[in-house]
Design a protein around this ligand. Structure first.
Ligand code: NAD
Length: 417
């Protein structure tokens, strides 16, 4: 899953090792946490529309299930690697622990170019992948969800394939499903909404006024676009956004709804008429107050971190900042809301969806958003207070909180046999 020379798994291990030293983590628990519990590599033969058969590679990794079933999205992308999936599974373990929901960490992915595949091919790919990993997943084992390039429809195919295998409907096997088959209200916007709740808490502590903040968002998919929209509604000025094709900038502010329409029509945000085009690298170093990477990992590196001008880095994407860059941001005094805290709103509403599905009792969107706000604000407060108390960065505090909760579960359960 790496787009550059960085290996996300090495980065995830470095983050864990560093926090383990700081918190004097029990070395036996540390050793366990350095390894994913289970990693599965599958070959997925798929009949293509032209009659030929192509074999894709897929992965499902459970990093840790000591606090509950594995939870984590499935990514369809040409850069998916086992190490990338392992890293994201580990980050999911920490994320679920930070918001204190009873899940462990898992992740999956298929090496493919979904934009070059027909809907029928994607359906056959998804169903065969589901059948290859079926022994690993289930409402009490491991619950996939959407990630980059996967969506509600793909979750519906996974749920249907799993249910056919069992002989009855099992809505709890995936989250991020369409409403018609047990999805949750509010899930689509949940990650973005969670990011916004953490930012609201951050600006309160930093003494800033959210209304006046100039925001730059990298990535205009589910998380990026919904965040731009919600922040615009909060009175922020969205001055730059981007997608894989490039970025756009207007110092007077962009209307995210119009940009979204333009992107839907043309396939990209670039060439939007009320803005100038720029590269993703230029976008990241724009003069702004809030920088929100919401695309892929390892975007902020030691080669661009010194040029980041934002006051707050709101990490919507998973692993957008390398450890070397992190140190530079710390030295520059940039307030980082780390990924495992900032983007935990998605898995939190996934948890709500799972609970609703298991109980076959569904809540209103208002109830969901209020519960989400409570959880995100509490998680932010816990991390912020810990960072002040221990005089460490928000990322280190988030890791200390998460790792200590997971370690506690391990030590309480004991080691079998
Ligand atoms: P998405 O597929 O809906 O959107 C991804 C966006 O990033 C697209 O606009 C794409 O063009 C852009 N992009 C891809 N590669 C890029 C590159 N090299 N440079 C610049 N832009 C690029 O995905 P999403 O669901 O919005 O996820 C975005 C990030 O948020 C990922 O890191 C994902 O793991 C993380 N995340 C998502 C959720 C969720 O609920 N969807 C939850 C937690 C974390």
């Amino acid at each position: 899953m790496q787009s550059t020379k960085f290996n996300p798994w090495e980065m995830a291990l470095e983050q864990l090792d560093s926090v383990a030293r700081k918190m004097k983590l029990n070395p036996n628990v540390h050793a366990i946490l350095r390894h994913p519990k289970k990693s599965l590599i599958v070959s997925i033969p798929v009949r293509m529309d032209n009659g030929s058969v192509r074999v894709f590679t897929g992965y499902r990794v459970q990093h840790n299930i000591s606090r509950g079933p594995g939870k984590g999205g499935i990514r369809y992308h040409p850069d998916v690697t086992l190490d990338g999936v392992k890293a994201m599974a580990m980050w999911m373990t920490w994320k679920c622990a930070i918001v204190n929901i009873p899940f462990g960490g898992a992740k999956g992915g298929i090496v493919c170019k979904p934009e070059e595949m027909s809907s029928d091919e994607l359906e056959r790919l998804t169903r065969r992948y589901t059948s290859e990993i079926i022994l690993m997943i289930g409402p009490e084992r491991d619950i996939p969800a959407p990630d980059v390039n996967t969506n509600q429809q793909i979750m519906a195919w996974i749920m249907d394939t799993y249910s056919i295998d069992k002989g009855y409907s099992v809505p709890g096997v995936v989250t991020g499903k369409p409403l018609s088959i047990g999805g949750s209200l509010g899930r689509n916007e949940a990650t973005a909404r969670g990011c916004v709740y953490t930012l609201m808490s951050a600006v309160k502590y930093l003494g800033l006024d959210l209304h006046r903040q100039r925001v730059v968002v990298q990535g205009y998919g589910n998380v990026g676009w919904n965040s731009a929209k919600l922040l615009f509604e909060q009175g922020c000025k969205i001055i730059g956004v981007s997608d894989v094709e490039g970025g756009i900038y207007n110092s007077d502010g962009l209307d995210p709804y119009k940009v979204y329409e333009h992107s839907r029509k043309t396939g990209s945000v670039v060439n939007y008429k009320e803005a100038e085009n720029l590269t993703n690298q230029e976008l990241l170093t724009l003069n702004c107050d809030i920088l929100m990477p919401a695309a892929i990992e390892t975007q902020i590196t030691k080669s661009n971190a010194r040029r980041i001008k934002a006051k707050v880095l709101l990490e919507a994407a998973n692993g957008p900042t390398t450890p070397e860059a992190d140190k530079i941001l710390e030295d520059k005094g940039i307030f980082v809301i780390p990924d495992i805290l900032a983007n935990a709103g998605g898995v939190t509403v996934s948890y709500f969806e799972w609970v609703q599905g298991m109980q076959a009792y569904f809540w209103s969107e208002r109830e969901i958003n209020l519960k989400l706000r409570d959880i995100m604000q509490k998680a932010f407060d816990n991390v912020y207070r810990l960072s002040r108390k221990k005089k460490v960065t928000m990322r280190t505090a988030a890791y200390i909180l998460a790792v200590s909760r997971v370690a506690d579960a391990h030590l309480t359960r004991g080691l079998y046999p």
